[in-house]
Design a protein around this ligand. Sequence first.
Ligand code: S3P
Length: 192
Amino acid sequence: MGNQSASLPHADPSVHKRISDVIILVGFMGAGKTTVGAELARLLGWSFEDLDDRIQSREGRTIEEIFRDAGETEFRRCEHLALRELLSEPESDCRVIALGGGAFAQEKNVSLLQDMNVRSVFLDAPIEELFRRCQQQGLHRPLRQDEAHFRRLYESRAPLYRAATFHVETNGKAVPQIAAEIARTLGISPSK
Ligand code: S3P
């Protein structure tokens, strides 16, 4: 065999960039990002934050009110600022973050996460199951309308979600099982 080092690619600084101690959960409405995120954080002994909660406390109004009073474009602006703020905090080390269903479909958010070398996990389930979970939760979600609209929105976003670092299927699995699967996939040992 020849000199192996000769065949190594040129040093690419991004290869040596530190993988951040932040895990982002992405996926459509009803994917379980918040429930699984909280369980994953508990398992790892990390902190947990839901980006939608931060948006609401920064803005002093609910997601529903932001959509109703200012529209989706304004909501996306608030969402991006909240994400930027969250990731810039030193305490964001060892943190699991659940994004809202549309956040990972926004180019600026994705490039911010890429620049920070944050690993993302796409939680998925069949569309009928996602719709059923949303109905069951009974939460008001401005972008959850009828099933046909829900499906179209999911289909338009699915290719973007698939750009996440990892993909985990949630259908038929219990929350602790999904959290353990994510920890295993990421190669992080549970603390409990
Ligand atoms: C949205 C999903 C919601 C929330 C907002 C917009 C979307 O979060 O961020 O209503 O665009 O899919 P969940 O996915 O937690 O419901």
